[in-house]
Design a protein around this ligand. Structure first.
Ligand code: ATP
Ligand code: MG
Length: 389
């Protein structure tokens, strides 16, 4: 990939700083020279007037002070002195400007060498070596550049993390899609080996293909949803108790199929006298998140188990707890189950039709709303997962 650099001014920062310093020095020197010249001119005129006064003064014959002999031709001499003063001060001014500009050039060059090093360091950083950026002795850098370097290093770390997450994600997607495709391919190959088929053989093959296609479209749909989450608008005012009731209704048939009882805690019921928790966000996404949690609680439950949903106010918002009497989650997996495609028991989840994206979506939705999702507790007696907003 090539990057097109925008056309920029050819004057380097070192030259710009030098020219700016030279301009400021020139202005200061010019003002000083004019002031000095003006003042010197005035003083010289005063001395000249004083001499003329003494020369013209009529002193008594017996005066102790002898008449001063006035400098012959002092008017001309005064003019010559003034001119040479002006010339010398102008020459001194030019000399100072020149010397200070040369000095500024070298001093800025010396200071900017850190910037040059930093630029070289950035140029050497490629997508492949993000985790090992070229080391700079940041303690030797001026404060502003040290900060820039640390910001750059932090940004690289974040990029590196994001790249590796994406890489892992793509690998997981490929792996997930490969399984149903491989099953379909195997089925079709076996079917093709026999030249003649009787009608009874079609049905199981078609059933299997339909099952795998359904699985593939489930994965693709969930992936699509996961990738479009970030752009969702969070502008709905959501009343949680009726939303939770709706989710319970929607999951009733799944729960009945598995012999699981759904319970809506008293905290989720409301009447006109009680203040109803209302939050701002995206209703479709919040519905999706609570639905996923409740669906898991049913899927990973025991027959005759229970799923209880409760709603509590917290200091900063609300928290929804989904408690089940299911198989539990090993403590080591409490965090990783929120990663995309992670399943504690892959084969069990697959038979239940799960792709392992549900909880990743829950966490993304929680983060998007400034909240969090986590396992509060879990044992062989069941689990409690919290969705905080
Ligand atoms: P999907 O939700 O994408 O259809 P899934 O249910 O397998 O598939 P997640 O919802 O992300 O994926 O859950 C990840 C894994 O966490 C599950 O496979 C399961 O092993 C474990 N898990 C989630 N919720 C529970 C629960 N309430 N009890 C026990 N295990 C759970
Ligand atoms: Mg799930």
């Amino acid at each position: 990939m090539s990057i097109t650099h925008t056309k920029h001014s050819s004057l380097s920062l070192q030259w710009r700083l030098t020219l700016m310093a030279a301009a400021v020095t020139a202005l200061a020197c010019l003002c000083l020279t004019i002031l000095l010249g003006f003042s010197a001119n005035k003083k010289m005129n005063e001395i000249g007037d004083f001499l003329v006064q003494i020369d013209n003064a009529e002193l008594p014959e017996d005066a102790v002070i002898e008449k001063i002999e006035v400098i012959p031709d002092y008017e001309n001499q005064l003019q010559t002195k003034k001119q040479s003063f002006r010339f010398e001060s102008f020459a001194a001014m030019l000399g100072i400007i020149l010397a200070s500009s040369v000095l500024t050039y070298f001093i800025t060059g010396h200071t900017l060498r850190h910037l040059k090093k930093l630029t070289a360091c950035m140029e050497q950083t490629q997508a492949q070596n993000l985790s090992a950026p070229v080391e700079l002795e940041s303690e030797k850098l001026p404060a502003e550049l040290a900060r820039l370097y640390h910001t750059f290093a932090d940004m690289l770390l974040r990029l590196e993390h994001s790249f590796s997450t994406q890489k892992q994600f793509s690998a997981n997607v490929a792996h997930e899609l490969r399984t149903p495709l491989a099953v379909m391919q195997a089925k079709v190959e076996v079917f093709q080996k026999n030249a003649a088929h009787n009608p009874d053989e079609f049905e199981p093959v078609l059933d299997s293909l339909a099952q795998q296609i359904e699985r593939l479209s489930h994965i693709v749909n969930e992936l699509l949803e996961l990738t479009t989450l970030e752009t969702a608008a969070l502008t709905d005012s959501i009343c949680l108790p009726p939303l939770m009731e709706e989710i319970m209704c929607d999951l009733q048939s799944l729960a009945s199929d598995r012999g699981v009882t759904l319970v809506l805690d008293d905290s989720c019921t409301y009447d006109d006298t009680v203040s109803i928790p209302v939050i701002m966000g995206n209703e479709t996404l919040i519905y999706r998140a609570i639905f996923n949690l409740a669906e898991n609680a049913i899927k990973y439950n025991r027959p005759d188990g229970t799923v209880t949903m409760s709603l509590n106010k917290t200091a900063s918002g609300v928290s929804i707890c989904i408690t089940d009497t299911g198989i539990g989650i090993p403590k080591d997996d409490w965090e990783t189950i929120f990663d995309a495609f992670y399943r504690v028991d892959k084969s069990r989840s697959r038979t239940l039709g799960g792709a392992g994206i549900g909880l990743a979506m829950v966490r993304t939705i929680a983060n998007l709303h400034g909240g969090k999702a986590y396992v509060k507790n879990s044992s062989s007696e069941g689990s409690c997962i919290v969705f905080e907003l």
